[in-house]
Design a protein around this ligand. Structure first.
Ligand code: SF4
Length: 233
């Protein structure tokens, strides 16, 4: 086995410059030594070969158009903009912009009530919707080699696994043009994206504790969630 050197990591999250004066926002701006915009210029060109060419090009253009449409007051300048719409509207509008007619909805069974509402909203807006819950297939977790003690309910003789690969394959078979994820677990969402053919977006991620709003823990970093300042056990 050959030792590959650890790559120099980009650190945009800890960029020392104010957002307004960063190089990536202003070509005459400032940048730290490990700035990926400066250090990876070849990748910038490679990425543009994808971003500006089809099929990514149209997707990227419509995503940016939808992004801009999510703000009001733009004519008065950036300082005056105000958000206009929730993400579910953004998704409907983006799908319309792309001319999609058939959407996939991959949801967690724990959010089945919400999935029903989302399905209704999408249908109301004229889309054909193929929806698949995470327990699709009904396979037991024991088939993954999990012990009863590793189940949510250790006393259950059969606990059905989440099967995001089946969700993806079912939506592939339905020939969905765009998939929407609703509440899939960490890791299960990853497997879905890896196996889905169509592009997809996330309406909501799962956060069992925080009402599916994981940023609440981040917003409380200096108060209730200050325990996050120490390594987790
Ligand atoms: S791309 Fe460069 S300038 Fe922009 S945030 Fe990252 S490190 Fe800072």
């Amino acid at each position: 086995m050959t030792d590959t050197p650890t790559p120099l990591l980009p650190h945009c999250a800890t960029c020392p410059y104010d957002w307004s004066e960063r190089w990536c926002r202003n070509a005459k701006g400032k940048a730290p030594a490990d700035c990926p915009s400066l250090r990876m210029r070849d990748l910038a060109e490679t990425s543009m070969a994808c971003m500006a060419a089809e099929p990514c090009g149209e997707f990227a253009r419509q995503a940016s158009r939808e992004e801009a449409s999510c703000y009001g007051g733009r004519e008065a300048g950036y300082g005056a903009v105000r958000p206009l719409k929730p993400r579910i509207v953004e998704i409907v509008e983006f799908a319309r912009r792309m001319g999609y007619g058939r959407l996939g909805l991959a949801f967690c069974i724990g959010l089945r009530a919400e999935a029903g509402v989302v399905n209704e909203i999408l249908a109301t807006n004229g889309f054909a919707v193929a929806s698949v819950g995470c327990k699709i297939g009904g396979k037991a977790k024991s088939l993954l080699g999990l012990e009863p003690a590793e189940q949510v309910d250790p006393t259950a003789a059969h606990e059905t696994m989440c099967n995001p690969v089946f969700q993806a394959l079912a939506l592939n078979e339905a020939r969905t043009e765009f998939n929407i994820l609703l509440g899939l677990c960490v890791g299960h969402d990853s497997l879905f994206f890896k196996h889905a053919t169509a592009m997809g977006t996330v309406l909501a991620v799962k956060d069992r504790l925080l009402g599916h709003n994981p940023l609440a823990a981040v917003y409380h970093y200096d108060s209730y969630c200050r325990y996050l300042k120490e390594p987790l056990p």
